[in-house]
Design a binder for this molecule. Structure first.
Ligand SMILES: Cc1cc2nc3c(=O)[nH]c(=O)nc-3n(C[C@H](O)[C@H](O)[C@H](O)COP(=O)(O)OP(=O)(O)OC[C@H]3O[C@@H](n4cnc5c(N)ncnc54)[C@H](O)[C@@H]3O)c2cc1C
Length: 455
C-alpha cells in the first residue's frame, strides 16, 4: 500500500483550513497546512475581526456626541488613526498566534509558502514536494477590482486596513456589506464618504425594507449614496488628489483622496493546478463541491470562500469541521446551508436570518409581515435622529417565522438569538408566547401584533 507523507494536506490556514486541520489532527490524522501569508486568514488578518474593531472605533464619534444628552461634557476629544491601526495590528498578531498555537497543539505541521497541486496526491510548496491521502483546498478569496482605466489607483479592503492616514474624502465603489461597513467606518471617523453603487439599492439580496432603512440611516449620518451610478475611470492629478469619472454627481467627476473598490471577491483558484488535477470549477472560478465539500476528484475537498457558496467565517468553519469528521471521524457529515444568519456591521448595524419578504413570497406564495420602525429609548435623551427597524416574515400557511430582520443598535447580537428560533422552525404564536425583556429593542420581536400581507 502506498504510504503518503500526510493523511491530510490543507492549502490555506484561514477559518476553514485551520478548523479542518486542527480537528483532523485531534482525530489522530497526520496533517500539514500550507500558508503563504499569515495564519488566521482573511477573517483574522483583514476581514471580520479588524473590520469590527474599526467599526467600534467609528461608533465612538456618536457615543461622545450622545453623551451630552446624558449630562456628560467631554472636552478635547480627538482621534488618532495611527494609534487605532497600531492597536488593531497588535490584536490581530495576538490572534494569529492563538491560531498557530492551536495548530501546534493539534500536531499540525505548518509549511510557509505558496502551495499548488502537481497531481491529486502531490503538493508543491516551492521546491518541496509533499504527498497526502486527502487534500483540502481552503484558499479563500481575493478582492475583485473592475478593469477600468486607473484602477491601479484604487485600494480594496486589504489596503484599507493599513492606510498610513485617514483619508479626508473616500469614494467607495460597491453596494454590498463590505462597502456599507467601510462607509460607516470612514464616515464615523471623520472622513467625507461618497458611495457609488451601480444597482437600484444597496445590499442586494437583503430584505428590501432593510435595504431602504439602512440607506436612509446612512444618509442621515452624512454618507452620500449614489445609486445607479457607474465609476468609469480614475486618474491622479498633479496635486496627488484622485479625479474620478462617476455618474450621478454634477459634471460626472468627483475628486477625492482615496477610492476603495468593494466590488466582490474572486475565489483563489488561479495557479493552484486544480484544472490539471481534474478539479471542476464553476463560472466564477469557485471549486464545485457536493454537500460533503468533496470536489470532482474523490480525494480533494474544498471549504470556505473558495467554493463560492456562502462567504462567511462561521460557514467556512462548519465546512472545515465537517470535512474532518467525514475523513477521520467515521461519520459522513454534510453541511446545512439553510437559515445562516449574518450581519452587516454598518452604522447602524444589520442582523438577518432566513428569507427576505421577496424570497418568502416566491417560495410560499402567501406570507404575513410584521414590522415596526421606532426611535430607540437611548435616543430620546441623546436627541439623535436614528430609527430601528424590526421585521418578521411569516409563512401564512404554517405560521412559521421564516425570516427575521433588524437594523439598529446591537442587531447582530439580537439576531443571533432569534436565529435559533427561526432555525428551529418556531411559529409566530410561539414568538408571541415568549415574554419580552423590558425595556429593550429586542422585545419588539415578541410583541409585534399588526400584520400586513407580504407582496
Ligand atoms: C473586509 C471583510 C470583512 C468580512 N467580515 C466578515 C464578518 O463580519 N463576518 C463573517 O462571517 N465573515 C466576514 N468576512 C468573510 C470571511 O473573512 C471569510 O468568509 C472567511 O475568512 C473565509 O475563510 P476561508 O478559510 O475560506 O478563507 P480565508 O480566511 O481567506 O483563508 C484562506 C487562506 O489561504 C491562504 N492561501 C491562499 N492561497 C494559498 C496558496 N496557494 N498556498 C498557501 N496559502 C494560500 C491565504 O493567505 C489565506 O490565509 C469578511 C471578509 C472581508 C474581506
Amino acid at each position: 500500500m502506498m504510504r503518503f507523507d500526510y493523511d491530510l494536506f490543507t492549502i490555506g490556514a484561514g477559518s476553514g483550513g485551520v478548523r479542518a486541520s486542527r480537528m483532523a489532527g485531534q482525530l489522530g490524522a497526520r496533517v500539514a497546512v500550507a500558508e503563504n501569508y499569515r495564519i488566521g486568514g482573511t477573517c483574522v488578518i483583514r476581514g471580520c475581526v479588524p473590520k469590527k474593531l474599526l467599526s467600534y472605533a467609528a461608533h465612538y464619534a456618536e457615543d461622545l456626541e450622545d453623551a451630552l444628552g446624558y449630562g456628560w461634557t467631554i472636552a478635547g476629544a480627538s482621534f488618532s488613526w495611527p494609534t487605532l491601526i497600531e492597536n488593531k495590528n497588535r490584536e490581530i498578531a495576538r490572534l494569529s498566534g492563538v491560531y498557530a498555537d492551536g495548530l501546534a497543539r493539534s500536531s499540525v505541521a505548518v509549511i510557509e509558502g505558496t502551495a499548488r497541486l502537481l497531481d491529486a496526491h502531490t503538493v508543491a510548496i516551492g521546491e518541496r514536494r509533499v504527498t497526502a491521502q486527502s487534500v483540502l483546498i481552503a484558499t479563500g478569496g481575493w478582492p475583485a477590482k473592475p478593469t477600468i482605466p486607473g484602477s491601479e489607483h484604487a485600494i480594496t479592503s486589504n489596503e484599507a486596513f493599513e492606510l498610513p492616514a485617514l483619508p479626508r474624502h473616500v469614494l467607495i465603489v460597491g453596494g454590498g456589506y463590505v462597502a456599507a461597513e467601510f462607509a460607516g467606518i470612514f464616515n464615523g471617523l471623520g472622513a467625507k464618504v461618497t458611495l457609488s453603487y451601480r444597482g437600484e439599492q444597496i445590499l442586494r439580496g437583503f430584505d428590501n425594507d432593510v435595504r431602504h432603512h439602512l440607506h436612509d440611516e446612512m444618509g442621515k449620518k452624512g454618507v452620500r449614496i449614489l445609486l445607479n451610478s457607474v465609476v468609469s475611470s480614475i486618474s491622479r492629478r498633479a496635486d496627488g488628489a484622485l479625479e474620478v469619472a462617476v455618474s450621478g454627481v454634477p459634471g460626472n467627476t468627483l475628486s477625492c483622496d482615496s477610492v476603495m473598490f468593494a466590488t466582490g471577491r474572486t475565489p483563489n483558484t488561479a495557479r493552484l493546478g486544480l484544472a490539471e488535477a481534474g478539479v471542476k470549477l464553476d463560472e466564477a472560478g469557485g471549486v464545485v463541491v457536493d454537500r460533503f465539500c468533496r470536489s470532482s476528484v474523490a480525494n480533494i475537498y474544498a471549504v470556505g470562500d473558495v467554493t463560492h457558496r456562502i462567504a462567511l467565517t462561521p460557514v467556512a468553519i462548519r465546512e472545515g469541521a465537517a470535512v474532518a469528521m467525514t475523513l477521520f471521524g467515521g461519520m459522513e457529515t454534510p453541511v446545512d446551508h439553510d437559515e445562516v444568519p449574518s450581519a452587516v456591521f454598518s452604522q447602524p448595524p444589520v442582523g438577518t436570518v432566513g428569507l427576505s419578504e421577496t424570497k418568502a413570497v416566491a417560495k410560499f406564495g402567501k406570507v404575513h409581515i410584521y414590522k415596526a420602525s421606532f426611535r430607540p429609548l437611548r435616543h430620546t435623551l441623546s436627541g439623535r435622529d436614528e430609527r430601528t427597524l424590526i421585521k418578521l416574515v411569516v409563512d401564512a400557511a404554517t405560521q412559521r417565522v421564516v425570516g427575521a430582520h433588524m437594523v439598529g443598535a446591537e442587531a447582530p447580537e439580537i439576531i443571533q438569538g432569534i436565529a435559533i428560533a427561526v432555525k428551529a422552525g418556531l411559529t409566530k404564536a410561539q414568538f408571541d408566547a415568549t415574554v419580552g425583556i423590558h425595556p429593550t429593542a429586542a422585545e419588539e420581536f415578541v410583541t409585534l401584533r399588526e400584520k400586513t400581507e407580504g407582496k
